[in-house]
Ligand binder design. Structure first.
Ligand SMILES: *Cc1c(COP(=O)(O)O)cnc(C)c1O
Length: 848
């Protein structure tokens, strides 16, 4: 075939141009074509014969064949932006917890059945045996990273041009083993078998500097300027992952940066005999993208972490600026072409880095540069917890990013001048709002930098956004009321319903048609079926299918046999004191005691399932895991509990496991201390899949309850303002313990070592925390929680009523589609519109 680039002939659409590829083996969408594509990849890419291909080989071959089919759309999507520039979303996030790729791409391409048929010709009866082989890239801790992944999928599905920018960690979040009840962390080697979904683009690499010093000089026009002479460099090599929208041509890009050494060797050092010195810089720069910090929400304040942040932010901004140059667009038009969203403060250095690039590199004046920066950057706040607000020690910051510190001082000085005008003589407010925290060890407050540099600051649920304005940043909110807004989180219904719950999806399609997948509001129609017994039974059957699948998974991973007809009561999420897995654990002990004493009112068989990782350095969280496993051992080995109570801790909670768990749940535990959970997204995944929630008025639970109506939600616990009152009035957990004899008995049983083989020391730190300060008000909410669990049991005994409530949860949770969230960001923050991608020649037509 002739190369169109080298030919003098007129441009021929039938030649392989972006958006058009003739080779059926690479572009065909029927099962024959998929089979041919797999065969070719087995042979030529993997060097395997079809006759000896392992499931992993077949997974790789199918993935490459699917990736081929993404390329047409991916290149066409880039071509659209190149030809007709329009504003693109840059979503900056230190984490993207994207989960398995094969199943999602098959679904979005619409060739799941074709792939299944192709696999049959290799002797594979079920697609799931191949899907199970896939390793998921654990490039995130939990909710925040998963949110970024859902948002990328929705952006593509809504046909919005977007690039996700992040880090290609060589080792993602650790794998969790449970040994003797304790969490053990194992390195996540997700790349070891080869990961077929990425496209390295070394020709688009970027340089990033660190350390060194700044110096002032006079430019050609005689103006004093500052320049940075870094002492160290790294190279960012883009690794691109195509993100295809659902049944559209738009295929956006997730650009993850891998750090490489600038010189593989320092030859000078080598020549003078310093071999180790010579490789030192190489090793140092390559550690940059080595590993994800495994703390969820707590700030480590480590030097390497700041380096990681600056590394990926600098590469990403250079990449955006370069894209303007390539298209001959003036740099000053940056805000017309890029809208930069900061997912939490991890990428907040972007405010200073964009200023630096504009001023030092492109010689733009301060005012103009500031204007460009503040018209393009927006910031999403994810937490109110003080221990999670990023602060960098001034010395460390100056060491690593001296030029950025100069710029931050200038930003801060101008900002404080503005404040002085507005609040003459009020030094308190200056201290409070300054980017530099002057108390104790001086530090840089990244949330202040982000807030001052952004045109919008949003929280992630109505209550959370309200608390940002009222508690976290009241002075900033008074200064710039128009900057503060809310965008309630969402989750993609493609992964979290269509893929993970085929049984429910089929029923939904039968009932409301296929369009619910992109228009979740259509599920409202299900309300008509709320009293239809026949339908409710079908709905229950979809749940039972999910529970059977989870039961066999539980058995294979833990050896525990669970009954799919029992109430599946689930709490899966990162282990954190504020999320209160220990409140749930205490409740289990109370139920255990009631069964032992014969005082249980309801004969409701329950299977209580936990899952989640604890940060390796978070002692109390790890002890909570040990505690749950201690309870599980006692409960599961006691014959009195048979048929009534089972407790399971599922190891290694991740996206893949979530896809099994959310559809299989009857009762979703969302029991955080009111005011502490910013939004939660697990709550949304559960509700969509027809679980009822037992929860506090926290995060998005508030909106969930409003939507599904209060009679379909098990509410308990103190409100945020009641918690504040307790805190301000010398909260004493003892008062609550003394009021509740059952709680006393529960605590006594732990104290005597009943769940630790007689070891009275093991859980003492946990008991001391609960009965001492009880920072998360577990004791204050225990009794109300236990009572509400009785209401849950009573409800379960009327299966028809339960099913009706569950159905109404599915029917009314369409609001939590990430499509809705992304539409809100597009309209009120980013001001971007969809841009459909046309394929210039019809692949189907040409291949048929
Ligand atoms: C959705 C999700 C989370 C977030 O769960 P929350 O209950 O909102 O804390 C964490 N981890 C994984 C793997 C998820 O899919």
């Amino acid at each position: 075939m002739a190369n169109p680039m080298k030919s003098n002939e007129p441009f021929d659409l039938r030649l392989p141009t972006p958006g058009c590829y003739l080779d059926p083996e690479k572009a065909g969408m029927d099962s024959d074509a998929v089979f041919q594509g797999m065969t070719a990849h087995l042979f030529y890419t993997l060097g395997k014969l079809a006759t000896s291909a392992s499931p992993h080989d077949l997974y790789m071959a199918l993935s490459y064949a699917v990736k081929d089919r993404l390329m047409t759309r991916y290149l066409a999507s880039q071509e659209v932006i190149r030809k007709k520039p329009q504003k693109t979303v840059a979503y900056l996030s230190a984490e993207f917890l994207i989960g398995p790729q094969l199943s999602n791409n098959l679904l979005n391409l619409g060739i799941t059945q074709e792939a299944e048929d192709a696999l049959k010709r290799f002797g594979i009866e079920s697609l799931s045996t191949i899907l199970e082989v896939e390793e998921e890239p654990g490039l995130g801790n939990g909710g925040l990273g998963r949110l970024a992944a859902c948002y990328m999928e929705s952006l593509a599905s809504l046909q919005v041009p977007a690039v996700g920018y992040g880090i290609r960690y060589e080792f993602g979040i650790f794998n969790q083993l449970i040994r003797d009840g304790w969490q053990v962390e194992v390195t996540d080697k997700w790349l070891k078998g080869g990961w077929p979904w990425e496209l390295p683009q070394p020709d688009e690499s970027c340089f990033v500097g660190f350390g060194g010093r700044t110096e002032s000089y006079r430019d050609d026009k005689g103006n004093y300027r500052s320049r940075w002479i870094p002492s160290e460099h790294a190279i960012g090599v883009p690794h691109d992952v195509p993100v295809l929208g659902y049944r559209v041509n738009t295929c956006d890009r997730l650009r993850l940066w891998r750090a490489d050494a600038t010189e593989s060797f320092d030859f000078y050092a080598f020549n003078i005999g310093d071999y180790y010195g010579a490789v030192e810089e190489k090793v140092a720069s390559e550690t940059l993208s080595k590993v994800l910090y495994p703390n969820d929400g707590t700030d480590e304040g480590r030097r390497l972490r700041l380096k990681q942040q600056h590394f990926f932010v600098s590469c990403s901004l250079q990449d955006m600026l370069r894209s303007l140059e390539k298209r001959s667009i003036p740099i000053t038009e940056f805000p017309k072409h890029w809208t930069v969203q900061l997912n939490d403060t991890h990428p907040a250095i972007a405010v200073a880095e964009l200023m630096r690039l504009l001023i030092d590199q492109y010689q733009i004046g301060w005012e103009k540069a500031w204007n460009i920066t503040t018209s393009s950057v927006a910031y999403t706040n994810h937490t109110l917890l003080p221990e999670a607000l990023e602060k960098w020690d001034l010395g460390l910051f100056n060491d690593l990013l001296p030029r950025h510190l100069e710029i931050i001082y200038e930003i801060n000085w101008r900002f404080l001048q503005q404040l002085r005008l507005r609040y003459p003589g009020d030094d308190k407010i200056l201290q409070k709002l300054s980017i530099i925290d002057e108390e104790g060890f001086k530090s840089v407050r990244m949330a202040h930098l982000a807030t001052i540099g952004a045109h919008h600051i949003n929280g992630v649920a109505a209550l959370h956004s309200d608390l940002i304005k009222r508690q976290l940043m009241p002075e900033f909110a008074a200064l710039w009321p128009e900057k503060f807004t809310n965008v309630t989180n969402g989750v993609t219904p493609r992964r979290w319903v269509a893929l993970s719950n085929p049984s429910l999806s089929n029923l939904l399609e039968e009932e409301v048609g296929p369009n619910w997948i992109t228009n979740m509001e259509l599920l409202k129609k299900l309300e008509e079926k709320k009293d239809d017994n026949n339908f409710l039974e079908k709905f229950e059957e979809t749940k039972l299918n999910g529970k059977r699948k989870l039961s066999s998974f539980v058995h294979s991973k833990t050896g525990i046999l669970v009954d799919p007809s029992s109430l599946f009561d689930v709490q899966v999420k990162r282990i954190h004191q504020y999320k209160r897995q220990h409140l749930n654990a205490l409740q289990i002990i109370a139920q255990y005691l009631r069964i032992k004493n014969g005082t249980n009112k309801f004969e409701v068989p329950r299977t209580i399932i936990f899952g989640g990782k604890a940060a390796p350095g978070y002692f109390m969280a790890k002890l909570m895991i040990r505690f749950i496993n201690g309870i599980a051992d006692v409960v599961n080995s006691d014959p009195d509990m048979d048929g009534l109570l089972r407790v399971v801790f599922l190891p290694d909670y991740n996206v893949k496991l979530g896809e099994i768990v959310y559809p299989a749940t009857d009762l979703s535990e969302q029991i955080s201390t009111a005011g502490k959970e910013a939004s939660g997204t697990g709550n949304m995944k559960f509700a969509m899949n027809g679980a009822l929630t037992i929860g506090t008025l926290d995060g998005a639970n508030v909106e969930l309850r409003d939507l599904v109506k209060k009679e379909n939600f098990f509410l308990f616990g103190k409100t945020e303002s009641e918690i504040m009152d307790l805190k301000n009035n010398n909260y004493s957990p003892k008062t609550f313990i003394n009021q509740c004899p059952e709680l006393k008995e529960v605590l006594r049983l732990i104290e005597i070592g009943h769940f630790s083989n007689g070891d009275k020391e093991l859980f003492k730190p946990l008991l001391n925390s609960l009965t001492g300060h009880d920072p998360f008000f577990v004791m204050a909410d225990f009794e109300d929680y236990l009572n509400k669990q009785d209401v849950v049991s009573e409800c379960w005994n009327n299966k028809k009523a339960w099913n009706k409530m569950a159905l109404l949860n599915t029917a009314r949770s369409g609001y939590f589609s990430s499509d809705r969230s992304i539409r809100e960001y597009c309209e009120s923050i980013w001001k971007v519109s969809p841009m459909p991608v046309e394929i210039t020649c019809d692949v189907e037509e040409l291949t048929n």
